[in-house]
Design a protein around this ligand. Structure first.
Ligand SMILES: [Zn+2]
Ligand SMILES: [Zn+2]
Length: 346
């Protein structure tokens, strides 16, 4: 009986082994089928490549340029934020770095296809819309007698709109490099959330140029990221009771289009003003400073301007108080030109 039991046992064990082996075979079969399918996919892909691949490759490179450009802009502004060093010839630096990323993409493509690809970033420059930069490129994709040759001009936005901004990572936003460059030798700045805190550096910077009432900018702050102001026309900043729109604009750290303020590419070079259509934002004096009626105008390109016979182009503004309550008043200083621009009639 024990023998029979023994054989039974062996038999059962044999079935178990066979069952296990079968279970192991199933994934192998599935894998084989998948491999066969992949080979079939490759064949169908090859057919597609033959008919339409040139257009697809050209479109892929075109679509990659904006992403690469924003990535390069982010990397460069992040470097300036870290070290306060201006970038000499930012247009050329950004062009070369976007080209390097395009060349890497091309290498990836050439692993899988024998199509000839040329994608040349011809130029990087300020766009007519200062919330964008303009990239000119040329893409040539060819195989045998077929070829596509396209000159492309792209206007690439670098600001994050308020709705897209929600929940996104800070790394996805592009910082304003200018305050980091301008204050480097005066104590630098710190970052607090999405604002730049100047500590004593801005008042030291203004004081070093002999500008009156520079102490008003002790512990001043300004926005860290480029955000487009939605209060357009700008004169609507001054339209509401207690300058509520102006307060919201300041609280959200918006930037405005400006004929005088520098564009992002010139900001990277440490310039507060330039000949391109650019941007401006408010630099907010601390609420704790002594009350003054006249102080340097609270517009960033006015504060940081170095165009003038004495090495600065900073000019004064009159006080604008907004959203006052019994124990706090927000204030900034604006000259007549900027009061007019933002609709602040006082
Ligand atoms: Zn605004
Ligand atoms: Zn510029």
């Amino acid at each position: 009986m024990s023998n029979i039991n023994g054989w039974d046992y062996m038999d059962n064990r044999g079935y178990v082994m066979a069952g296990l082996a079968f279970l192991l075979i199933i994934p192998a079969v599935i894998l084989s089928v998948m491999l066969i399918n992949m080979v079939n996919m490759d064949e169908s892909t090859n057919n597609m490549i033959k008919s339409d691949i040139l257009g697809h490759i050209s479109s892929d490179f075109e679509a990659s340029i904006p992403d690469f450009t924003r990535e390069v802009l982010r990397e460069n502004t992040a470097n300036v934020v870290r070290n306060g060093q201006p970038i000499k010839n930012s247009r050329m630096v950004i062009r070369n770095e976007v080209q390097a990323k395009i060349d890497d993409l091309k290498k990836e493509y050439l692993k899988y296809t024998d199509v000839s690809i040329q994608c040349q970033i011809k130029s990087v420059d300020s766009a007519s819309d200062p919330y964008q930069i303009q990239i000119e490129s040329n893409i040539i994709v060819s195989k045998h007698n077929n070829s596509i040759n396209r000159n492309i001009s792209q206007n690439i936005p670098f600001t994050v709109s308020e709705s897209k901004n929600n929940g996104s990572l800070d790394e996805s936003k592009i910082s304003d490099p200018l305050p980091f460059i301008k204050t480097k030798e005066y104590g630098g700045v710190s970052v607090d959330g999405d604002r730049i805190k100047y500590g004593s550096s801005l008042s030291n910077y203004l004081k070093s140029k002999g500008i009156n009432n520079s102490h008003v900018y002790e512990n001043a702050s300004s926005p860290l990221y480029f955000k487009q102001c939605p209060y357009d026309p700008y004169s609507s900043h001054g339209k509401c009771n207690m300058l509520f729109n102006l307060k919201n604009c300041v609280d959200n750290g918006y930037y405005h289009k400006s004929a005088d303020g520098a564009c992002i590419l010139c900001r990277l070079e440490g310039k507060a003003t330039c000949n391109h259509f650019g941007l401006e934002t408010f630099i907010i004096p601390s609420m704790n400073t002594r009350s003054e009626i006249i102080a340097p105008c609270s517009i960033d390109h006015v504060i940081f301007s170095e165009n003038g016979p004495d090495g600065y182009g900073t000019y004064p503004g009159k006080i604008v108080e907004f959203q006052c309550s019994t124990n706090s008043s927000n204030r900034l200083f604006l000259d007549d030109g900027h009061r007019n621009k933002y609709g602040i009639i006082m």
